[in-house]
Design a protein. Structure first.
Length: 84
């Protein structure tokens, strides 16, 4: 699993890097959008894209494909909210 954290590179991570990970057969990619407090979860690689992309927010939870018995809250993964 790959987990980039995006502050200013979200578009690049989603549109350029994620397809490369899919092409390499990485089964799951989580991309954290630090500005919007969103976790994008990509699963099921197909050629150079992912068949499934889920957008998760605070209050949601997620389990990695490799360890489905382990559950993370999105609040835990995103940490403290950023106050500007």
């Amino acid at each position: 699993m790959v987990t980039p954290v995006s502050d200013s590179s979200l578009r690049y991570d989603r549109e350029e890097k994620a397809p490369l990970y899919a092409a390499a057969g990485i089964p799951e990619v989580w991309i954290e959008d630090a500005k919007q407090d969103v976790l994008y979860v990509y699963r099921d690689p197909r050629s150079n894209s992912y068949a499934v992309c889920t957008e998760l927010h605070r209050g949601d939870s997620v389990s990695p494909i490799a360890f489905p018995e382990i559950q993370f809250t999105i609040d835990y993964l995103l940490g403290e909210p950023i106050i500007e």
